[in-house]
Design a protein around this ligand. Structure first.
Ligand code: TRP
Length: 344
């Protein structure tokens, strides 16, 4: 069976963009058709200035939300990255296969590092090596497919390069994965800045619909979305990005085509109103399940505990194989101590 791996980084509250862009597909499609793992990648949240209590809180919330979207622990594996040592173990070995030039060429690194330096801050070394840890996340499980947004395509490409290079140098060890863009995905843009993605790490709240926003807050955010000058509703991503974004959100929520929806509306007001309601409706079951799961934190912990155990059992043989292939001496447990005692 195809193996699928994806991750969410607990650096901010999850958004409608995360949901329509990726998470919904994981729950509705991927967990049913593939052997799928979904991971709260908390180690990745430590690559930029962070508050330990917040990372902990957001990790728990992200795990709860993954389950609330409908991921079923009977069908897939949901776990937290730091609970499984194999990620960090493999990451080091892959650092011995990757080059520093390769890391410095990563677009996300360049952008984030430049932003950090402009603020007068320092750049954590882990920000540079982040893509190697991400490669380890994927390669440890022999994942065939990695469903991610297009901003992660370069990192998956690097993962492929590292897998191929390792296999060529040290013998076949890793499955070479590929990025898949979810079929029904919408690229949801910030409602106030339709030129940029609705990302969770942005702190520009008014343009971001969070999965746990109160319905009235969601409605308000959609109603206040910036639209474009002009009056008729046309679907034109370049010329009318604000309206196009609303049409795409409404299309993603209703299963219709943005172009066809444009023809059905006479005014921006009516489009906004229907989009707001559609968003509230799409997220209602997620919010309801989230509430029920929060009332039973022991259940979520249990799921994560079992998930980590399953994940460890899957990753361990591959990471051990990589250690042997690259030249590390296997540890033989037990036997040497017995031999030593006998010799004394
Ligand atoms: N880098 C991804 C992001 O920022 C998160 C991530 C980490 C990931 N490891 C992964 C995604 C492995 C897919 C597979 O969104």
């Amino acid at each position: 069976m195809t193996r699928v791996f994806s991750g969410v980084k607990p650096t901010g509250h999850l958004t409608l963009g995360n949901y329509l862009g990726a998470m919904r597909q994981w729950a509705e499609v991927d967990q049913h058709r593939a052997d799928a793992l979904f991971c709260v990648v908390d180690l990745h949240a430590l690559t930029v200035d962070h508050d330990p209590a917040r990372v902990r809180r957001l990790s728990r919330q992200a795990a709860t939300l993954l389950l609330a979207t409908g991921l079923d622990p009977e069908l897939c594996t949901v776990f937290v990255q730091s609970h499984v040592d194999e990620h960090a173990r493999l990451s080091y070995v892959l650092e011995c296969v990757a080059t520093d030039g390769e890391m410095r060429r990563m677009i996300q690194y360049k952008e984030k590092a430049a932003r950090e330096r402009a603020r007068g801050g320092s750049v954590r070394l882990s920000l540079l090596t982040y893509p190697v840890l991400m490669a380890a996340d994927i390669l440890a499980y022999g994942a065939d497919e990695v469903p991610v947004g297009d901003d992660q395509a370069q990192h998956v490409e690097l993962t492929r390069d590292l897998a191929v290079r390792f296999n060529q140098r040290y013998g076949h060890t890793f499955v070479v994965p590929k990025a898949t863009v979810p079929e029904v995905a919408a690229r949801v843009m910030n409602l106030q800045e339709p030129a940029s993605k609705m990302g969770k790490s942005d702190d520009f709240g008014p343009g971001i619909v969070y999965l746990l926003d109160e319905p009235d807050v969601m409605r308000k955010k959609v109603m206040r979305a910036v639209t474009d000058s002009g009056r008729e509703v046309v679907y034109d991503r370049e010329g009318r990005p604000g309206v196009a974004n609303l049409l795409e959100i409404l299309a993603a929520c209703t299963g219709k085509k943005p172009g066809a929806l444009a023809d059905a509306y006479e005014s921006y007001g009516a489009l906004k109103k229907d989009t707001a309601e559609a968003v509230v409706e799409v997220l209602r079951p997620v919010q309801e399940r989230h509430k029920a799961l929060c009332a039973d934190p022991g259940h979520v912990e249990g799921v994560l505990g079992e998930g980590a155990e399953k994940a460890r059992a899957m990753a361990r043989p591959t990471v051990d194989a990589a250690y042997r292939a690259i030249g590390l001496l296997p540890a033989v447990s037990g036997a040497p101590a017995v031999a030593l005692n006998a010799a004394r």
